[in-house]
Ligand binder design. Structure first.
Ligand code: E4P
Ligand code: PEP
Ligand code: MN
Length: 455
């Protein structure tokens, strides 16, 4: 656990004194210094006011008065900084959130995994194809996907390009939201064609259709009454998040702001620490403990209760509401055994945390032909297991965290549109982990809404 002396020595670059896992080794140190200087000089992507607003929303989610939906690509691509791709991603998240609003009867906090989700920790530092070994792909913030030496060489200028693309992405999201993106409020205009798929069970189809038309009717009714609740429930506050992996990038935009205390990471509202970099004595925890943003930490099935308590102490020593989210990602197989001890320990400690479930990262499997995929049923089973574990522990599942896209990709198997191992190759686009496609995302929202109803 950090000692009081190390606690007081924090500054935006004090992480440099610690061991930083999964950091890029660049050849050209001067180019790194130039990139970091450039990043530090840019205007921020988000404001401290928005960050505090999110923190207040997360505090309400912690108390059971909101539900969090966080989602987006595993690895966002610079090439996907295109209007249709961004609009589709926003659309699926907003549609899912409305299904959840309706099913759970509470406001949903929407957080995109985008406008900066460009850096990836990898299991192996290298990749070998046809006897050629090159550095792995570490996300567009670090190197490029193409399998040749020049593309895979880490390029510090990609940090600057990442930031610029994040700015363009966010700018477009802000204008879509300001402009109303009105169709979202009208489920009768959504693409619910997955309901007509042969594999869809007749009774489920009827339930979802009923839910969608109820939702549509409720919104129309409230709109007609000029009811303010409709604004509250459907008003689109939108927040961004990414894994705060590349500490050069994160700390370059970490600043004080006028009339507020402390430092803010102004590249995103809600950065999180990954499962691979949450070492208590490592550079990531050191960096994260000093910023005022709400922060997340992923916790996997091997996490000991004592580690979680120490992370809480390090990252939120004052027990500030809305400050810390623990994002459990246990896997469907382990969630019912690995999660309860953590829930019990934290519950007993009386500390405030927001519990989120990432049902993706514990459920990645390789097919016989070596493709990474995830099964829709495993993803759902992890969420159901998490709801049950929280109910039993007397804690609250405050939200969910997905890797998803608004495109019709074939990366995860299962769901009503029935992607199978044999059809995975049809439109497998992800450069890292497999994402739910549009239909799988929407169907998942209906299922969560049903499970969470009447909690
Ligand atoms: O997104 C999470 C990790 O970066 C990803 O699961 C690692 O994938 P890999 O095992 O293919 O490196
Ligand atoms: C790297 C990720 O997850 P985790 O840290 O949980 O493995 C991720 O969210 O893409
Ligand atoms: Mn991932």
């Amino acid at each position: 656990m950090p000692t009081p002396e190390t606690q007081s020595a924090w500054n935006p670059t004090s992480w440099r004194e610690k061991i930083a896992a999964h950091q890029t080794v660049y050849e050209d140190r001067e180019a790194v210094a130039r990139a970091v200087e450039k990043l530090g000089g840019f205007p921020p992507l988000v404001t401290s006011g928005e960050i505090e607003h999110l923190k207040a929303n997360l505090a309400e989610a912690q108390e059971g008065r909101r539900f969090v939906l966080q989602g987006g690509d595993c690895a966002e691509r610079l090439d996907d900084c295109r209007p249709q791709v961004i609009a589709n991603k926003l659309k699926i998240l907003l549609q899912m959130s409305l299904v959840l609003v309706h099913g759970l009867r509470q406001p949903v906090v929407r957080i995109g995994r985008f406008a900066g989700q460009y850096a990836k920790p990898r299991s192996s530092p290298t990749e070998t194809r046809d006897g050629v070994t090159l550095p792995s792909y570490f996300g567009d913030l670090v190197n490029r996907w193409d399998f040749d030496e020049a593309s895979r060489r880490p390029d510090p200028h990609l940090m600057v390009r990442g930031y610029q693309h994040a700015a363009v992405t966010l700018n477009f999201i802000r204008s879509l939201i300001d402009g109303g993106f009105a169709d979202l409020h009208h489920p009768e205009r959504w693409d619910l064609s997955f309901l007509d798929h042969d594999s869809m069970d007749e009774r489920a189809r009827a339930r979802y259709q009923a839910m969608a038309s109820e939702l549509s009717g409720a919104i129309t009714f409230m709109e007609a009454l000029g009811d303010k609740t409709v604004d509250d429930l459907t008003r689109v506050d939108f927040f961004t998040s990414h894994e705060g992996l590349n500490l050069l990038y994160e700390s370059a935009q970490t600043r004080t702001v006028p009339r507020r205390e402390g430092y803010y990471n102004l590249t995103t509202h809600f950065p999180w620490i990954g499962e691979r970099t949450r070492d208590l004595n490592g550079a990531h925890v050191e960096y994260f403990r000093g910023i005022r943003n709400p922060v997340g930490v992923k916790v996997g099935p091997k996490t000991a209760p004592a580690d979680v308590l120490a992370l809480i102490e390090a990252l939120n020593p004052t027990d500030e509401p809305g400050k810390l989210a623990l994002i459990h990602r246990m896997g469907a197989k382990d969630v019912r055994t690995a999660l309860p001890p953590l829930l019990e320990a934290v519950h007993k400690s009386g500390k405030r945390v927001l519990w989120l479930c990432d049902p993706m990262h514990g459920n990645t499997v390789g097919t016989a032909s070596g493709i990474k995929t995830r099964n829709f049923d495993d993803i759902l089973a992890e969420i159901t297991g998490a709801f049950d574990a929280h109910d039993e522990a007397g804690t609250r599942l405050g939200g969910v965290h997905f890797e998803l896209t608004g495109e019709d990709v074939t990366e995860c198997v299962g769901g009503a549109t029935d992607v199978t191992e044999d059809t995975l190759h049809t439109n497998y686009v992800s450069q890292c982990d497999p994402r739910l496609n549009y239909h799988q995302g929407l169907q998942m929202a209906f299922l969560i809404a049903e499970r969470g109803r009447g909690r």
